[in-house]
Design a protein around this ligand. Sequence first.
Ligand code: BEZ
Length: 179
Amino acid sequence: MSAPDGEWIFGYGSLVWRPDFEFLERAPARLHGWARRFWQGSPDHRGRPDAPGRVVTLIPDEQAVCWGIAYRVGTADLERVLRRLDHREQGGYTQHRVPLELDDGRRIVGLVYVATPGNAHFLGPAPLEQIAAEVRAASGPSGHNTEYVLELARALTAIGGTDAHVDALATLLTGSDHR
Ligand code: BEZ
């Protein structure tokens, strides 16, 4: 049997709810050993240089599991999709290959974008109330930062993907229990 066409791309941020590219297959997926955190600044999409938004990156954490969506992108589209993603995510993210577990039990390797500490836009940890205040104040060409958080929380709930950090921030932003 030949290998399936294309490459898997793992979305754990806006790609969970807004993948603006063509794909052959989509599946909820888990990435073990990484925690999703709103620790990356967005001066160009969900904020502005003087008030950067907060978007997600991945932080190594042996105990953590990050839920997201894996997309299989066909070989014919791959170069164009990656070029688009590189442009969309140019603010400090680099590509990595990671093992993923799909919800039907398949184990695959996928590409993921990670913004590591030390990149020019990395904001790092802060008390959740401060993160919420920064999110409330930030808006950019891609929309309001609050929308980014709430759409991500909604999309994760829809696939049964729990994430305490995302839920706690969504709860602070809406003033009611997210789940
Ligand atoms: C995403 O999964 O939506 C994503 C997160 C960071 C960079 C690129 C894509």
